[in-house]
Design a protein. Structure first.
Length: 163
């Protein structure tokens, strides 16, 4: 049975596609890409059908990640097929938990930076959209830092299923 993770930000063109790309790479490196699927979506549909922001694509490619992406809006009905929904900031966390049809579905929603022990109390990944390239680079650093802890947590869940 495939374990499914969905990363969610506002428009699905900056933070969540970045997190999806980094995490897919971590899954491949760990040999889990045949047992875990990762995708992404936005809380809103403003950019549905658009490519990722060119700055996102640039930062991803400069750091060896895939930048291919088409934006979409998260749907409440997806909760039933997802194991984990990763919010990129507290606003997304609240919106997703409100959208969850059941308390069990709401419990699937977690903040990405909660998987980074060095993050402290600041668990939001700031939206780089209105800034310069440095914001996108900072976003990638935060995503990469949290991806290792997320990978460990997902690996534990996947291996627990096989037992």
């Amino acid at each position: 049975m495939t374990y499914r993770v969905c990363f969610v930000c506002t428009g699905n063109i900056c933070r969540s596609p970045m997190a999806e790309s980094v995490f897919r790479t971590r899954l491949r490196e760990a040999g889990l890409d045949d047992r875990v699927e990762a995708d992404s979506a936005g809380t809103g549909g403003w950019h549905e059908g658009d490519d990722a922001d060119p700055r996102t694509v640039s930062v991803l490619r400069e750091n060896g990640y895939d930048g291919a992406h088409i934006a979409r809006q998260f749907q409440s009905s997806w909760f039933s097929r997802l194991d984990l929904v990763i919010a990129l900031d507290a606003g997304h966390l609240k919106a997703l938990r409100r959208l969850a049809p059941t308390p069990e579905d709401a419990a699937k929603v977690r903040l990405l930076r909660s998987y980074d022990p060095a993050a402290g109390d600041d668990l939001d990944v700031p939206d780089p959209y209105y800034g310069g390239m440095d914001g996108f680079e900072e976003c990638l650093e935060m995503v990469e830092a949290a991806s290792e802890g997320l990978l460990a947590a997902v690996r534990e869940q996947v291996e627990g299923r096989a037992a």
